[in-house]
Each structure stands twice: as structure tokens, then as C-alpha cells.
Design a protein around this ligand. Structure first.
Ligand SMILES: Cc1ncc(COP(=O)(O)O)c(C=O)c1O
Length: 390
């Protein structure tokens, strides 16, 4: 019997944890189960784990340790950034700017804030997913309290010009806060929160081979947010609740491991994307790249449309061979409505319904891409024959 290994190409949705992270996580659950708030030795040992992880994340963001607040993940970090800033600054103004291609944890947060009386501008993007700085400039008003943009888009990989965005915002009003959703960029491409003139930055462990259930919000010193929960003093009372020590420690380790090989990993992922595109070309498969050219997008994401093919059907064909990718983004995969990101970049109906996202990690290799190309090529051929369009 020939056992074929699975090929996991859905790393924007989540990543397989590093073995070292799994070992650390389970060792902490077994041996270091203290509550970091307890004053006895078990508590102190648990607190040390949190602080080590805080140091690792801070080192990566080139910020102070005390500016890092652990959360349960990216969604919570984004909610804390947006609502925490909006509620605290309500008296200064009620206008918020974001983009049409944010993750739902930002978009729906903004919609909730609209229901509560805030005014939100959702900036459009061009065909590659970039915002227009002139449009941002026109949208900024005296009462704009917060601008929130995604750094790397989770569906098409567009890298927003965060440095230019930050400079523009601060040149207009240094009091306007700038939040960057870095969930898809953290430890994958360099971060420089101070150079970007950002005030808030969100990240998440499970996107970088860490455990689920941990994330962080960087809050620039001097910026105050309103906590979303009331409780104890954990995370300096901004995010009360007993910390998920094992997941937070795993987050720190995953960040250290990822950043140690960030450049080689990025080069490897760009090679894999290029190999996929070249392979599909060579196999005569008709496809379009959605978003920026692959070499301009984030290293790990590529979104392709196969005209005349339904994404769900092609995904099922791939899944029969243990190849896992995703239509649009994982958040849409169980819902029939098309991706808001692909709609915002102006894809027509045919490209929308035939779009697949492939997202890579350092665990992928070139041999896997050969198998994926073969299976896509044969799958597309079969579907075209069935449809009589071959
Ligand atoms: C850009 C972006 N922001 C936020 C999130 C939410 O992060 P989490 O899954 O850790 O809640 C995701 C997850 O896909 C994301 O891609």
C-alpha cells in the first residue's frame, strides 16, 4: 500500500504547530500549571513563562516588554484595539477609518461601533488590494480618532504601505491613533511599529506555528485603551482573566523559531509560489492571479482563479488526494456568499466563483507543489470535459 502524505496549503487559516511548541505546551500543562498571579513558587514560575514570551514578542516588534498585552488571539486583539480606542476617545471625536478588505474581526467590530453611533469610512482598494493614499487623506477629519488597516491581507496577500499610511495620518493629526492588524505579517515579514508611526498592532500565535488561544496587542506607551472586560489585574487590568500560560509560552517560542529563519522562509515560500504558477502554465491550465503579482505579495499567500471552474468542486477534487487549500478565506468557506475582499478588488462573477487561496508554510516543499500542479491540471481537465468546454 502506498501512503501519500497530506499537503497542507491553508496556512493563512492556521498553521501546524512546531514540534518544539507542542512539547513545550504539553510540558507546561503537566509541570507548570500554576496561576501566574499566585505569589507562591508555582505562580512565580508561571509568571516567568509569561515574561519570557513577552520579551520574545517585544524583541520582534522592537518595542518595550510592558507594551505587549496578551489576548486569546488576533480577533480579541483587534476588538480590544478598536473598541478600546473608540470608547476611550469618544469625547475627542467619533470618526474611524478602515478599509473594505479587513478581516471580519475588524470589519464587524467597525459595524458594531457604527450601531453605537460612531461614523466609519470603509476605504475602497484598487485591483491589487492597495488603498489610495489620496483617498485616505481626503477621508481624514479633525474628529478622526482611529485608522485601522490590515498589514498583509489574508486572502490575496497585499502588503499595505503601512509606513506611508502612518506618516500621512500623523502629519494630519498626531492624536489620531493608527492600528495595524499584523496577524498575517507577524514573524513573516519585518515589523517596525515605531517607523510606521503606529500606536497599536495585533498578532496571533496560531498563524506562526504556535498554539491556538494566544495572541497579543502592542499598545504604544502613553496610549490608553478602555478594557473590554472587568476583572483582576492581569495584563495590567487591560485584559483581565487568568492567562493561558502554556499557549502564551508556545507563542513566544514560535515567534523565536519563526524569526530566526524569517528571510530563508520567505525566500522558500516565494520559490514555492513561483513553482506553482510556472507549473500550471507549463501544464496549460488557464488561471489568473488575484491581487498583486506573486513576488510583490506576502511570501505565503497566492489567490488564483480558474475561469469556468467552481472553487468548491476543485477543492473537493484536491481534498480527495489529501491536498488542503481554501476558497477565498477560511472565514467564508462554510458560507455561500462571495469573499468581500475579492469583490472589493473588482473580480467578475466567474473569477469570484473559481477562486482558490493557496497559503504556504516552511513545512511545504517543491515535491508537494509538483503533486498539486498535477492534480489541479487533471482536475481542471476533467471538469472542463464534463462541462463540454474542453
Ligand atoms: C488578518 C487577520 N486578522 C485577524 C485574524 C483573526 O485572528 P485569530 O484567528 O487569531 O482570532 C485573522 C485570522 O484569520 C486574520 O487573517
Amino acid at each position: 500500500m502506498c501512503l501519500v502524505a497530506e499537503i497542507y496549503l491553508d496556512n493563512s487559516a492556521t498553521t501546524r504547530p512546531f514540534d518544539e511548541v507542542i512539547e513545550l505546551h504539553s510540558r507546561i500543562q503537566k509541570e507548570n500549571y500554576g496561576n501566574p498571579s499566585s505569589s507562591h513558587a508555582r505562580g512565580v514560575a508561571a509568571e516567568k513563562l509569561l515574561n519570557e514570551s513577552r520579551r520574545s514578542i517585544a524583541l520582534l516588534l522592537k518595542c518595550r516588554e510592558e507594551e505587549i498585552y496578551f489576548t486569546s488571539g488576533g480577533t480579541e486583539a483587534n476588538n480590544l484595539a478598536l473598541k478600546g480606542a473608540a470608547y476611550r476617545r469618544r469625547r475627542r471625536g467619533n470618526h474611524i477609518i478602515t478599509t473594505q478588505i479587513e478581516h471580519p474581526s475588524v470589519l464587524n467590530c467597525c459595524r458594531k461601533l457604527e450601531e453605537e453611533g460612531f461614523k466609519v469610512t470603509f476605504l475602497p482598494v484598487d485591483r491589487q488590494g492597495y488603498i489610495d493614499l489620496d483617498q485616505l487623506s481626503r477621508a481624514l477629519r479633525n474628529e478622526t480618532i482611529l485608522v485601522s488597516t490590515i498589514h498583509v491581507n489574508n486572502e490575496i496577500g497585499t502588503i499595505q504601505p503601512v509606513e506611508k499610511i502612518g506618516a500621512l495620518i500623523k502629519s494630519r493629526n498626531p492624536q489620531t491613533l493608527y492600528h495595524v492588524d499584523g496577524v498575517q505579517s507577524f514573524a513573516k515579514i519585518p515589523a517596525a511599529v515605531h517607523r510606521w508611526q503606529a500606536d497599536l498592532y495585533s498578532c496571533s500565535a496560531h498563524k506562526i506555528h504556535g498554539p491556538k488561544g494566544a495572541g497579543a496587542l502592542w499598545v504604544r506607551k502613553g496610549v490608553t485603551l478602555q478594557p473590554l472586560f472587568q476583572g483582576g489585574d492581569q495584563e495590567r487590568a487591560l485584559r483581565p482573566g487568568t492567562e493561558n500560560t502554556a499557549a502564551v509560552a508556545g507563542f513566544g517560542l514560535a515567534a523565536r523559531l519563526s524569526v530566526a529563519h524569517m528571510e530563508e522562509s520567505a525566500a522558500q515560500l516565494y520559490r514555492l509560489k513561483e513553482k506553482l504558477c510556472r507549473g500550471l502554465h507549463k501544464a496549460g491550465v488557464e488561471f489568473y492571479v488575484n491581487g498583486p503579482p506573486p513576488e510583490e505579495a506576502a511570501p505565503h499567500i497566492i489567490n488564483l482563479s480558474f475561469p469556468g471552474i467552481k472553487a468548491e468542486v476543485l477543492l473537493r477534487i484536491l481534498e480527495e488526494e489529501d491536498i488542503y487549500a481554501s476558497p477565498g478565506s477560511a472565514c467564508h468557506s462554510r458560507r455561500p456568499d462571495p469573499s468581500h475582499v475579492l469583490a472589493a478588488i473588482g473580480l467578475d462573477e466567474e473569477k469570484l466563483s473559481g477562486s482558490l487561496r493557496f497559503s504556504f508554510s516552511t513545512f511545504n516543499n517543491e515535491g508537494e507543489i509538483d503533486r498539486v500542479v498535477e492534480r489541479i491540471a487533471s482536475g481542471v481537465r476533467e471538469l472542463r470535459m464534463l462541462a463540454g468546454t474542453d
